[in-house]
Design a protein around this ligand. Structure first.
Ligand code: FAD
Length: 288
């Protein structure tokens, strides 16, 4: 189907883009365009003005502080994340996940900002960013604000962004000594959409300290499993205690059923991927 005729503008600065978004009710930001152009072609949504933010220098940088905090501009592509020395230096897991999003063409165009702002529950980055305790940096013509990643995703194709707001960057805290991250999916095929996935960030100081366990594809947004997190805290970092903690994942989850798996299958796989993601995080943290 052909794209309906739509106005297109390429602003030179972020303030100019924000002005355009504020003064045009039917305007939408265009980043990699991988999802938005498909949505428009299928007439699922209509937009009067595409504000192309993909080349704005301010949204395209990756910085790393001396303390190991990284800030990734919203228009940085998956391929750029994969090949970034700043990201690889302390957040290898972010680069590894970006490197396995679909195929090279998608990775050349798709952006971290578009991946998050779409809030598609099948997308790879949202559960990881929630597990890592990331902060979403948001700007409008009226000012700026920060939203914790776990409060950013509100539902299917719904985020905390208000009309006229742009996600400008994502800040990820350091993975310090003794802290590791893990990410495990059950997918239809290698690098394709996940049936269920888990991301974890675990601190080990003799016993397990703070732990974040995030499940995806079991609800419309990434879900932190507090029961498993509580069960991990203070436990020895062994396969037995992680398996026992994963057993707290139960009928409180009501995943969708589709041609790839029943709700019960997804629930059982959630226990398996959560366990593996936590063990991966423990192994990674122990190696530092
Ligand atoms: C064939 C195919 C397979 C795919 N498979 C996967 C997959 O396995 N895993 C995966 O994670 N993704 C997958 N994707 C999705 C892909 O990663 C998209 O690139 C992503 O969902 C959207 O990113 P984008 O940069 O293309 O955003 P766009 O399509 O440009 O924008 C998406 C939405 O976000 C809004 N938006 C974009 N940037 C901002 C911003 N900075 N601030 C505010 N709003 C913004 C837009 O207005 C739009 O509503 C796939 C896409 C295709 C076409």
């Amino acid at each position: 189907m052909l794209l309906k005729s739509v106005e297109y503008v390429r602003p030179d600065t972020v303030p100019e883009a924000l002005d355009l978004l504020r003064s045009n009710v039917g305007a939408a930001p265009l980043a990699g365009g991988q999802s938005l152009t498909n949505v428009l072609k299928h007439r699922v949504a209509s937009v009067d003005l595409l504000v192309d933010i993909s080349a704005l220098a301010e949204l395209r940088s990756i910085t790393r502080t001396a303390e190991g905090v990284i800030e990734i501009g919203s228009c940085v592509t998956y391929d750029e994340i994969d090949h970034s020395r700043e990201v690889r230096a302390g957040h290898d897991i972010v680069a590894r996940v970006a490197a396995h999003i679909e195929d090279q063409q998608i990775r050349n165009r798709g952006t971290i900002g578009g991946n998050c702002c779409l809030s598609d529950p099948t997308n790879n980055l949202p559960p990881l960013l929630v597990a890592l305790g990331a902060t979403m940096n948001v700007r409008s013509a009226g000012g700026s604000r920060q939203v914790a990643a776990e409060d950013f995703f509100k539902g299917y194709f719904l985020t905390a962004l208000e009309p006229g707001e742009l996600l400008t960057s994502v800040t990820i805290p350091p993975l310090l000594s003794g802290v590791g991250a893990g990410y495990v999916s059950v997918s239809v095929a290698a690098d394709s959409k996940a049936i269920v996935r888990a991301a974890a960030r675990v601190e080990v100081k003799g016993v397990i300290g703070e732990a974040r366990v995030v499940l995806a594809r079991v609800a419309s947004v990434p879900v932190r499993h507090r029961g498993m997190e509580d069960a991990l805290r203070g436990a020895p970092p062994t396969a037995e205690s992680v398996r026992a903690a994963a057993a707290t994942i139960g009928n409180e989850l009501e995943p969708i059923a589709d041609s790839h798996g029943s709700s019960q299958y997804r629930r059982e796989m959630a226990r398996v991927v959560a366990q593996r993601a936590v063990l991966e995080a423990i192994a990674e943290g122990g190696g530092k």
